[in-house]
Design a protein. Structure first.
Length: 510
Protein backbone atom coordinates (compact mmCIF):
# COMPACT_ATOMS: atom_id res chain seq x y z
CA UNK A 1 0.00 0.00 0.00
CA UNK A 2 1.48 3.35 -1.05
CA UNK A 3 1.77 5.85 1.89
CA UNK A 4 0.13 9.18 1.03
CA UNK A 5 -0.90 12.41 2.68
CA UNK A 6 -4.51 13.56 2.62
CA UNK A 7 -5.18 17.32 2.22
CA UNK A 8 -8.63 18.79 2.92
CA UNK A 9 -9.58 22.46 2.98
CA UNK A 10 -12.47 24.87 3.43
CA UNK A 11 -12.29 28.64 2.94
CA UNK A 12 -13.41 29.84 6.38
CA UNK A 13 -13.62 28.80 10.01
CA UNK A 14 -17.41 28.93 9.74
CA UNK A 15 -17.36 26.45 6.86
CA UNK A 16 -15.14 24.21 8.94
CA UNK A 17 -17.96 23.77 11.43
CA UNK A 18 -20.16 22.17 8.75
CA UNK A 19 -19.92 18.85 6.88
CA UNK A 20 -17.58 19.92 4.07
CA UNK A 21 -14.36 18.69 5.70
CA UNK A 22 -15.91 15.36 6.65
CA UNK A 23 -17.32 14.92 3.14
CA UNK A 24 -13.88 15.54 1.62
CA UNK A 25 -12.24 13.12 4.04
CA UNK A 26 -14.80 10.39 3.25
CA UNK A 27 -14.27 10.81 -0.51
CA UNK A 28 -10.48 10.65 -0.13
CA UNK A 29 -10.65 7.61 2.17
CA UNK A 30 -12.87 5.75 -0.31
CA UNK A 31 -10.58 6.67 -3.21
CA UNK A 32 -7.52 5.47 -1.28
CA UNK A 33 -9.06 2.10 -0.39
CA UNK A 34 -10.07 1.49 -4.02
CA UNK A 35 -6.59 2.34 -5.37
CA UNK A 36 -4.32 0.65 -2.84
CA UNK A 37 -3.27 3.84 -1.02
CA UNK A 38 -2.82 4.43 2.70
CA UNK A 39 -3.42 7.86 4.20
CA UNK A 40 -0.63 8.18 6.75
CA UNK A 41 -1.30 11.79 7.74
CA UNK A 42 -4.11 14.31 7.30
CA UNK A 43 -3.55 18.01 6.65
CA UNK A 44 -6.66 20.05 7.45
CA UNK A 45 -6.89 23.76 6.64
CA UNK A 46 -9.60 26.40 7.14
CA UNK A 47 -8.33 29.19 4.95
CA UNK A 48 -9.01 30.54 1.47
CA UNK A 49 -6.81 29.33 -1.36
CA UNK A 50 -7.25 32.56 -3.32
CA UNK A 51 -4.05 33.93 -1.80
CA UNK A 52 -0.73 32.25 -1.20
CA UNK A 53 0.92 31.71 2.15
CA UNK A 54 -1.33 29.02 3.67
CA UNK A 55 0.75 27.62 6.58
CA UNK A 56 -0.58 24.03 6.58
CA UNK A 57 -0.41 23.73 2.78
CA UNK A 58 3.20 24.94 2.80
CA UNK A 59 4.04 22.58 5.67
CA UNK A 60 2.68 19.62 3.67
CA UNK A 61 4.74 20.60 0.60
CA UNK A 62 7.93 20.77 2.70
CA UNK A 63 7.33 17.30 4.15
CA UNK A 64 6.56 15.83 0.73
CA UNK A 65 9.79 17.29 -0.67
CA UNK A 66 11.68 15.66 2.21
CA UNK A 67 10.20 12.26 1.29
CA UNK A 68 7.77 11.89 4.21
CA UNK A 69 5.20 10.30 1.85
CA UNK A 70 5.13 9.01 -1.71
CA UNK A 71 1.95 10.78 -2.72
CA UNK A 72 -0.85 13.17 -1.82
CA UNK A 73 -4.60 12.85 -2.33
CA UNK A 74 -6.92 15.88 -2.64
CA UNK A 75 -10.67 16.05 -3.19
CA UNK A 76 -10.67 18.41 -6.21
CA UNK A 77 -8.19 20.66 -8.01
CA UNK A 78 -9.60 23.82 -6.37
CA UNK A 79 -9.01 22.34 -2.89
CA UNK A 80 -5.26 22.52 -3.46
CA UNK A 81 -5.04 26.03 -4.97
CA UNK A 82 -7.10 28.87 -6.39
CA UNK A 83 -4.08 30.95 -7.35
CA UNK A 84 -1.52 30.03 -9.99
CA UNK A 85 1.51 30.52 -7.74
CA UNK A 86 0.45 27.78 -5.29
CA UNK A 87 -0.67 25.57 -8.16
CA UNK A 88 2.77 25.86 -9.78
CA UNK A 89 4.41 24.54 -6.59
CA UNK A 90 1.81 21.78 -6.20
CA UNK A 91 1.87 20.65 -9.84
CA UNK A 92 5.68 20.23 -9.73
CA UNK A 93 5.43 17.40 -7.16
CA UNK A 94 5.41 14.65 -9.85
CA UNK A 95 8.74 16.02 -11.10
CA UNK A 96 10.35 15.06 -7.77
CA UNK A 97 8.68 11.65 -7.60
CA UNK A 98 5.58 12.50 -5.55
CA UNK A 99 2.33 11.16 -7.00
CA UNK A 100 -0.71 13.46 -7.06
CA UNK A 101 -4.22 11.97 -6.94
CA UNK A 102 -7.61 13.67 -7.37
CA UNK A 103 -10.36 11.75 -5.53
CA UNK A 104 -13.19 12.94 -7.78
CA UNK A 105 -11.41 12.60 -11.15
CA UNK A 106 -9.19 10.10 -12.90
CA UNK A 107 -6.26 12.35 -13.86
CA UNK A 108 -2.82 10.93 -14.58
CA UNK A 109 -0.24 13.50 -13.46
CA UNK A 110 2.52 11.39 -15.00
CA UNK A 111 1.18 11.99 -18.51
CA UNK A 112 1.31 15.18 -20.55
CA UNK A 113 -2.43 15.06 -21.25
CA UNK A 114 -3.36 14.52 -17.60
CA UNK A 115 -1.21 17.42 -16.41
CA UNK A 116 -2.55 19.67 -19.15
CA UNK A 117 -6.12 18.88 -18.07
CA UNK A 118 -5.21 19.62 -14.44
CA UNK A 119 -3.51 22.88 -15.43
CA UNK A 120 -6.61 24.00 -17.35
CA UNK A 121 -8.81 23.25 -14.35
CA UNK A 122 -6.42 25.20 -12.11
CA UNK A 123 -6.58 28.20 -14.45
CA UNK A 124 -10.39 28.01 -14.41
CA UNK A 125 -10.34 27.89 -10.58
CA UNK A 126 -8.08 30.97 -10.46
CA UNK A 127 -10.27 32.81 -12.98
CA UNK A 128 -13.36 31.94 -10.92
CA UNK A 129 -11.77 33.68 -7.92
CA UNK A 130 -10.85 36.74 -9.99
CA UNK A 131 -14.41 37.02 -11.27
CA UNK A 132 -15.84 36.43 -7.80
CA UNK A 133 -13.58 39.16 -6.40
CA UNK A 134 -14.69 41.63 -9.08
CA UNK A 135 -18.37 40.89 -8.50
CA UNK A 136 -17.91 41.14 -4.74
CA UNK A 137 -16.20 44.52 -5.09
CA UNK A 138 -19.03 45.73 -7.35
CA UNK A 139 -21.57 44.68 -4.74
CA UNK A 140 -19.63 46.32 -1.91
CA UNK A 141 -19.24 49.58 -3.85
CA UNK A 142 -22.94 49.54 -4.61
CA UNK A 143 -23.75 49.28 -0.90
CA UNK A 144 -21.26 52.01 -0.04
CA UNK A 145 -22.74 54.40 -2.60
CA UNK A 146 -26.14 53.76 -0.99
CA UNK A 147 -24.63 54.83 2.34
CA UNK A 148 -24.64 51.30 3.77
CA UNK A 149 -21.63 49.80 5.53
CA UNK A 150 -21.30 46.20 4.25
CA UNK A 151 -18.86 45.07 6.94
CA UNK A 152 -19.11 44.31 10.63
CA UNK A 153 -20.45 47.21 12.69
CA UNK A 154 -17.82 49.12 14.71
CA UNK A 155 -18.06 49.31 18.50
CA UNK A 156 -21.10 51.37 19.43
CA UNK A 157 -23.32 50.09 16.59
CA UNK A 158 -25.37 46.97 15.88
CA UNK A 159 -25.63 44.93 12.68
CA UNK A 160 -29.16 44.58 11.28
CA UNK A 161 -28.59 42.31 8.31
CA UNK A 162 -27.79 42.97 4.66
CA UNK A 163 -29.25 46.07 3.07
CA UNK A 164 -29.99 47.76 6.40
CA UNK A 165 -28.03 50.55 8.09
CA UNK A 166 -26.22 50.03 11.38
CA UNK A 167 -28.05 51.33 14.45
CA UNK A 168 -26.61 52.64 17.73
CA UNK A 169 -25.94 49.98 20.34
CA UNK A 170 -27.91 51.08 23.45
CA UNK A 171 -25.24 49.54 25.66
CA UNK A 172 -22.03 50.76 24.02
CA UNK A 173 -23.06 53.96 22.17
CA UNK A 174 -23.13 56.14 25.35
CA UNK A 175 -19.56 55.02 26.12
CA UNK A 176 -18.40 56.13 22.66
CA UNK A 177 -19.84 59.62 23.24
CA UNK A 178 -18.17 59.76 26.66
CA UNK A 179 -14.83 58.70 25.16
CA UNK A 180 -14.74 61.60 22.69
CA UNK A 181 -15.85 64.10 25.37
CA UNK A 182 -13.21 62.89 27.83
CA UNK A 183 -10.44 63.11 25.26
CA UNK A 184 -11.19 66.70 24.23
CA UNK A 185 -11.35 67.70 27.92
CA UNK A 186 -7.54 67.59 27.93
CA UNK A 187 -7.49 65.45 31.08
CA UNK A 188 -6.51 62.21 29.38
CA UNK A 189 -3.80 60.75 27.23
CA UNK A 190 -4.70 57.79 25.04
CA UNK A 191 -3.38 55.38 27.66
CA UNK A 192 -5.24 56.97 30.56
CA UNK A 193 -8.38 57.14 28.40
CA UNK A 194 -8.03 53.41 27.76
CA UNK A 195 -7.88 52.74 31.51
CA UNK A 196 -10.84 55.05 32.19
CA UNK A 197 -13.12 53.49 29.55
CA UNK A 198 -12.25 49.97 30.67
CA UNK A 199 -13.04 51.02 34.23
CA UNK A 200 -16.41 52.37 33.09
CA UNK A 201 -17.23 49.06 31.45
CA UNK A 202 -16.70 49.59 27.70
CA UNK A 203 -15.75 46.32 25.98
CA UNK A 204 -14.71 45.46 22.44
CA UNK A 205 -16.70 43.30 20.03
CA UNK A 206 -15.21 40.17 21.59
CA UNK A 207 -16.36 41.26 25.05
CA UNK A 208 -12.81 41.97 26.23
CA UNK A 209 -11.29 45.22 27.61
CA UNK A 210 -10.23 47.78 25.00
CA UNK A 211 -6.61 47.79 23.89
CA UNK A 212 -4.68 51.00 23.24
CA UNK A 213 -4.99 50.30 19.50
CA UNK A 214 -8.74 49.88 19.98
CA UNK A 215 -9.00 53.33 21.57
CA UNK A 216 -7.07 54.92 18.70
CA UNK A 217 -9.23 53.09 16.14
CA UNK A 218 -12.41 54.49 17.70
CA UNK A 219 -11.09 58.05 17.91
CA UNK A 220 -9.91 57.92 14.27
CA UNK A 221 -13.10 56.44 12.81
CA UNK A 222 -15.34 59.00 11.03
CA UNK A 223 -18.14 56.40 11.02
CA UNK A 224 -19.24 57.93 14.33
CA UNK A 225 -20.08 61.23 12.57
CA UNK A 226 -21.90 59.56 9.67
CA UNK A 227 -19.05 59.07 7.18
CA UNK A 228 -17.84 55.69 5.92
CA UNK A 229 -14.10 55.51 5.29
CA UNK A 230 -12.52 52.51 3.57
CA UNK A 231 -9.05 52.28 5.07
CA UNK A 232 -7.43 50.32 2.25
CA UNK A 233 -8.42 52.75 -0.52
CA UNK A 234 -8.85 55.90 1.58
CA UNK A 235 -12.30 56.52 0.01
CA UNK A 236 -15.11 58.10 2.02
CA UNK A 237 -18.86 57.79 1.54
CA UNK A 238 -21.83 59.54 3.13
CA UNK A 239 -23.51 57.01 5.44
CA UNK A 240 -27.22 56.70 6.15
CA UNK A 241 -26.67 55.49 9.72
CA UNK A 242 -27.31 57.71 12.75
CA UNK A 243 -24.18 59.62 13.89
CA UNK A 244 -23.12 59.25 17.52
CA UNK A 245 -21.10 62.46 17.81
CA UNK A 246 -21.06 65.90 16.11
CA UNK A 247 -18.58 66.45 13.28
CA UNK A 248 -17.11 69.45 15.12
CA UNK A 249 -16.23 67.23 18.10
CA UNK A 250 -14.59 64.65 15.82
CA UNK A 251 -12.51 67.35 14.11
CA UNK A 252 -11.40 68.70 17.48
CA UNK A 253 -10.25 65.22 18.53
CA UNK A 254 -8.23 64.89 15.31
CA UNK A 255 -6.66 68.32 15.90
CA UNK A 256 -5.64 67.32 19.42
CA UNK A 257 -4.23 64.00 18.25
CA UNK A 258 -2.27 65.51 15.37
CA UNK A 259 -0.86 68.16 17.71
CA UNK A 260 -0.09 65.59 20.36
CA UNK A 261 -2.07 67.69 22.84
CA UNK A 262 -3.53 64.86 24.90
CA UNK A 263 -2.58 65.26 28.53
CA UNK A 264 -1.96 62.33 30.79
CA UNK A 265 -3.75 62.13 34.11
CA UNK A 266 -1.25 62.78 36.85
CA UNK A 267 -1.13 60.85 40.07
CA UNK A 268 -3.07 63.52 41.95
CA UNK A 269 -5.08 64.93 39.02
CA UNK A 270 -4.67 68.53 40.21
CA UNK A 271 -7.23 71.24 39.51
CA UNK A 272 -5.36 73.50 37.07
CA UNK A 273 -2.87 71.06 35.57
CA UNK A 274 -2.02 71.94 31.97
CA UNK A 275 -3.78 75.34 32.08
CA UNK A 276 -0.91 77.64 33.10
CA UNK A 277 2.48 78.33 31.50
CA UNK A 278 5.53 80.27 32.59
CA UNK A 279 5.50 83.88 31.36
CA UNK A 280 9.29 83.94 30.95
CA UNK A 281 10.31 80.65 29.33
CA UNK A 282 6.92 79.42 28.06
CA UNK A 283 7.28 76.09 29.86
CA UNK A 284 4.35 74.30 31.48
CA UNK A 285 3.69 74.95 35.15
CA UNK A 286 3.64 71.44 36.61
CA UNK A 287 1.61 70.72 39.77
CA UNK A 288 3.28 69.15 42.80
CA UNK A 289 1.87 68.18 46.19
CA UNK A 290 4.06 69.25 49.10
CA UNK A 291 3.07 69.14 52.76
CA UNK A 292 -0.63 69.15 51.99
CA UNK A 293 -0.45 72.09 49.55
CA UNK A 294 -0.42 72.05 45.75
CA UNK A 295 2.29 74.13 44.05
CA UNK A 296 2.64 74.86 40.32
CA UNK A 297 6.34 74.88 39.44
CA UNK A 298 8.29 75.95 36.35
CA UNK A 299 10.64 73.10 35.44
CA UNK A 300 13.34 75.32 33.86
CA UNK A 301 16.10 75.58 36.52
CA UNK A 302 17.40 78.98 35.38
CA UNK A 303 13.94 80.58 35.07
CA UNK A 304 12.93 83.43 37.40
CA UNK A 305 9.45 81.88 37.83
CA UNK A 306 9.55 79.36 40.64
CA UNK A 307 6.21 78.32 42.16
CA UNK A 308 2.63 79.46 42.69
CA UNK A 309 0.25 77.96 45.23
CA UNK A 310 -3.03 76.55 43.92
CA UNK A 311 -5.12 78.43 46.46
CA UNK A 312 -3.48 81.69 45.35
CA UNK A 313 -4.30 80.84 41.72
CA UNK A 314 -7.89 80.22 42.77
CA UNK A 315 -8.13 83.62 44.47
CA UNK A 316 -6.75 85.40 41.40
CA UNK A 317 -9.14 83.55 39.08
CA UNK A 318 -12.18 84.42 41.18
CA UNK A 319 -11.13 88.06 41.35
CA UNK A 320 -10.54 88.20 37.57
CA UNK A 321 -13.96 86.63 36.93
CA UNK A 322 -15.55 89.14 39.32
CA UNK A 323 -14.09 91.98 37.26
CA UNK A 324 -15.51 90.43 34.09
CA UNK A 325 -19.02 90.19 35.47
CA UNK A 326 -21.54 92.63 34.07
CA UNK A 327 -23.51 94.95 36.34
CA UNK A 328 -27.30 94.78 36.63
CA UNK A 329 -27.45 98.20 34.94
CA UNK A 330 -25.42 96.99 31.93
CA UNK A 331 -27.50 93.82 31.77
CA UNK A 332 -30.71 95.87 31.58
CA UNK A 333 -29.19 98.16 28.95
CA UNK A 334 -28.10 95.22 26.76
CA UNK A 335 -31.48 93.56 27.13
CA UNK A 336 -33.13 96.71 25.80
CA UNK A 337 -30.72 96.87 22.86
CA UNK A 338 -31.37 93.31 21.70
CA UNK A 339 -34.43 92.80 19.58
CA UNK A 340 -36.09 89.79 17.97
CA UNK A 341 -36.12 91.54 14.58
CA UNK A 342 -32.36 92.11 14.62
CA UNK A 343 -31.85 88.47 15.62
CA UNK A 344 -33.79 87.34 12.58
CA UNK A 345 -31.60 89.50 10.32
CA UNK A 346 -28.42 88.19 11.94
CA UNK A 347 -29.56 84.58 11.71
CA UNK A 348 -30.37 84.98 8.01
CA UNK A 349 -26.89 86.41 7.43
CA UNK A 350 -25.34 83.56 9.38
CA UNK A 351 -27.23 80.93 7.40
CA UNK A 352 -26.22 82.62 4.13
CA UNK A 353 -22.58 82.60 5.22
CA UNK A 354 -22.73 78.90 6.08
CA UNK A 355 -24.36 78.06 2.76
CA UNK A 356 -21.76 80.08 0.86
CA UNK A 357 -18.97 78.27 2.72
CA UNK A 358 -20.57 74.94 1.80
CA UNK A 359 -20.71 75.99 -1.87
CA UNK A 360 -17.02 76.94 -1.75
CA UNK A 361 -16.19 73.53 -0.33
CA UNK A 362 -18.10 71.90 -3.19
CA UNK A 363 -15.91 73.84 -5.62
CA UNK A 364 -12.79 72.76 -3.72
CA UNK A 365 -13.90 69.12 -3.95
CA UNK A 366 -14.34 69.50 -7.70
CA UNK A 367 -10.90 71.09 -8.09
CA UNK A 368 -9.43 68.37 -5.90
CA UNK A 369 -10.78 65.71 -8.25
CA UNK A 370 -9.28 67.57 -11.23
CA UNK A 371 -5.90 67.67 -9.50
CA UNK A 372 -6.04 63.91 -8.93
CA UNK A 373 -6.95 63.27 -12.58
CA UNK A 374 -4.15 65.56 -13.77
CA UNK A 375 -1.64 63.78 -11.53
CA UNK A 376 -0.87 66.91 -9.51
CA UNK A 377 -1.61 65.09 -6.24
CA UNK A 378 -1.45 61.42 -5.26
CA UNK A 379 -4.40 59.30 -4.15
CA UNK A 380 -3.49 59.42 -0.44
CA UNK A 381 -3.41 63.23 -0.44
CA UNK A 382 -6.68 63.35 -2.37
CA UNK A 383 -8.54 61.08 0.06
CA UNK A 384 -7.14 62.86 3.13
CA UNK A 385 -8.17 66.32 1.88
CA UNK A 386 -11.52 65.00 0.62
CA UNK A 387 -12.32 63.61 4.07
CA UNK A 388 -11.35 66.91 5.72
CA UNK A 389 -13.66 68.85 3.38
CA UNK A 390 -16.51 66.39 3.94
CA UNK A 391 -16.12 66.69 7.70
CA UNK A 392 -16.23 70.49 7.41
CA UNK A 393 -19.39 70.27 5.31
CA UNK A 394 -20.98 67.93 7.83
CA UNK A 395 -20.14 70.29 10.70
CA UNK A 396 -21.77 73.20 8.82
CA UNK A 397 -24.83 71.08 8.05
CA UNK A 398 -25.15 70.29 11.74
CA UNK A 399 -24.83 73.97 12.59
CA UNK A 400 -27.53 74.87 10.05
CA UNK A 401 -29.81 72.18 11.44
CA UNK A 402 -29.40 73.60 14.94
CA UNK A 403 -30.19 77.17 13.93
CA UNK A 404 -33.04 78.33 16.23
CA UNK A 405 -35.82 80.77 15.69
CA UNK A 406 -35.32 84.36 16.94
CA UNK A 407 -37.48 83.86 20.05
CA UNK A 408 -35.23 81.03 21.24
CA UNK A 409 -32.20 83.22 20.65
CA UNK A 410 -33.68 86.01 22.74
CA UNK A 411 -34.39 83.62 25.62
CA UNK A 412 -30.80 82.39 25.48
CA UNK A 413 -29.50 85.96 25.44
CA UNK A 414 -31.46 86.83 28.57
CA UNK A 415 -30.21 83.66 30.29
CA UNK A 416 -26.65 84.54 29.26
CA UNK A 417 -26.91 88.01 30.79
CA UNK A 418 -28.10 86.53 34.08
CA UNK A 419 -25.23 84.07 34.10
CA UNK A 420 -22.68 86.79 33.37
CA UNK A 421 -23.84 88.69 36.46
CA UNK A 422 -22.81 85.70 38.62
CA UNK A 423 -19.69 84.40 36.84
CA UNK A 424 -17.37 84.37 39.87
CA UNK A 425 -19.94 82.67 42.08
CA UNK A 426 -20.56 79.98 39.45
CA UNK A 427 -16.84 79.22 39.38
CA UNK A 428 -16.65 78.96 43.17
CA UNK A 429 -19.61 76.57 43.28
CA UNK A 430 -18.40 74.35 40.43
CA UNK A 431 -16.61 71.03 40.61
CA UNK A 432 -13.19 70.31 39.13
CA UNK A 433 -14.25 69.88 35.49
CA UNK A 434 -16.63 72.87 35.62
CA UNK A 435 -13.96 75.16 37.06
CA UNK A 436 -11.48 74.10 34.41
CA UNK A 437 -13.97 74.72 31.62
CA UNK A 438 -14.81 78.20 32.90
CA UNK A 439 -11.10 79.11 33.13
CA UNK A 440 -10.34 77.73 29.65
CA UNK A 441 -13.23 79.62 28.04
CA UNK A 442 -12.95 82.88 29.98
CA UNK A 443 -9.16 83.39 29.69
CA UNK A 444 -7.24 83.00 26.45
CA UNK A 445 -3.82 83.54 28.05
CA UNK A 446 -2.93 82.12 31.46
CA UNK A 447 0.65 82.69 32.61
CA UNK A 448 2.65 82.93 35.81
CA UNK A 449 5.48 85.45 35.50
CA UNK A 450 7.75 85.42 38.50
CA UNK A 451 5.32 85.91 41.39
CA UNK A 452 2.62 87.52 39.25
CA UNK A 453 -0.41 85.69 37.87
CA UNK A 454 -1.64 87.09 34.54
CA UNK A 455 -5.08 86.22 33.17
CA UNK A 456 -5.97 87.72 29.79
CA UNK A 457 -9.72 87.62 29.02
CA UNK A 458 -10.82 85.65 25.99
CA UNK A 459 -11.62 87.77 22.94
CA UNK A 460 -15.38 87.55 23.40
CA UNK A 461 -15.00 88.93 26.95
CA UNK A 462 -12.21 91.40 26.21
CA UNK A 463 -14.45 93.33 23.80
CA UNK A 464 -16.83 93.82 26.71
CA UNK A 465 -20.14 95.64 26.18
CA UNK A 466 -19.35 96.33 22.51
CA UNK A 467 -19.07 92.63 21.85
CA UNK A 468 -22.07 91.68 23.94
CA UNK A 469 -24.24 94.29 22.30
CA UNK A 470 -24.18 92.32 19.07
CA UNK A 471 -24.25 88.87 20.63
CA UNK A 472 -26.47 86.69 18.45
CA UNK A 473 -26.82 83.05 17.36
CA UNK A 474 -26.95 79.80 19.23
CA UNK A 475 -29.19 76.86 18.90
CA UNK A 476 -32.25 75.51 20.61
CA UNK A 477 -32.02 73.26 23.63
CA UNK A 478 -34.37 70.62 24.90
CA UNK A 479 -34.77 72.43 28.18
CA UNK A 480 -35.61 76.12 28.58
CA UNK A 481 -33.19 78.55 30.25
CA UNK A 482 -34.13 80.65 33.25
CA UNK A 483 -32.39 83.37 35.21
CA UNK A 484 -29.63 82.50 37.67
CA UNK A 485 -30.70 81.62 41.15
CA UNK A 486 -27.88 81.00 43.65
CA UNK A 487 -29.86 78.08 45.03
CA UNK A 488 -30.33 76.61 41.55
CA UNK A 489 -27.58 73.98 40.83
CA UNK A 490 -28.41 74.00 37.12
CA UNK A 491 -27.18 77.58 36.68
CA UNK A 492 -23.58 76.40 36.31
CA UNK A 493 -24.59 73.77 33.77
CA UNK A 494 -26.41 76.38 31.73
CA UNK A 495 -23.35 78.59 31.57
CA UNK A 496 -21.14 75.66 30.58
CA UNK A 497 -23.58 74.74 27.82
CA UNK A 498 -23.29 78.26 26.44
CA UNK A 499 -19.60 78.98 26.94
CA UNK A 500 -18.08 76.78 24.21
CA UNK A 501 -20.23 78.71 21.70
CA UNK A 502 -19.71 82.20 23.01
CA UNK A 503 -16.81 82.99 20.72
CA UNK A 504 -18.96 82.10 17.70
CA UNK A 505 -22.02 83.86 19.09
CA UNK A 506 -20.22 87.15 19.58
CA UNK A 507 -19.01 89.22 16.65
CA UNK A 508 -17.56 92.75 16.54
CA UNK A 509 -19.81 95.53 15.39
CA UNK A 510 -19.46 96.68 11.82
Amino acid sequence: MKPCFGYIRVSTQKQGEGVSLDAQKDAITGFASRNGLTITKWFEEKQTAAKGGRPIFNQMLRQLKRGAARGVVIHKIDRSARNLRDWAMFSELPDIGVDVFIATENLDFNSRGGRLTADIQAVIAADYIRNLREETIKGLNGRLKQGLYPFRAPIGYLDNGKGRPKTPDPERAPFIREMFDLYVSGLHSLRSLQAEMNLRGLRNLAGKPLSLTGVETILNNPFYVGLIRIKRSGQTFEGVHEPLIPAALFRRVQDIKSGRCGKAVTRHNHLYQGLFRCGYCGGAMSPELQKGRVYYRCQTPSCDTKTAREDVLEENIVEALRRLQITPELSAELANQWSVDQCAVDQTAKRDALQQATARDEQRLSRLTDLLIDGAIDADTYHAKKQALELAQKARAEELARAPDPEVIERERMAFLELMKNLAWLHQMGGRSEKREIVENAFSNRVIRGKNIELAPADWLARGPTCMSVLCGGHSRDRSRTHVDEDDPTSLEKLLDLMPRLGALAAPTA
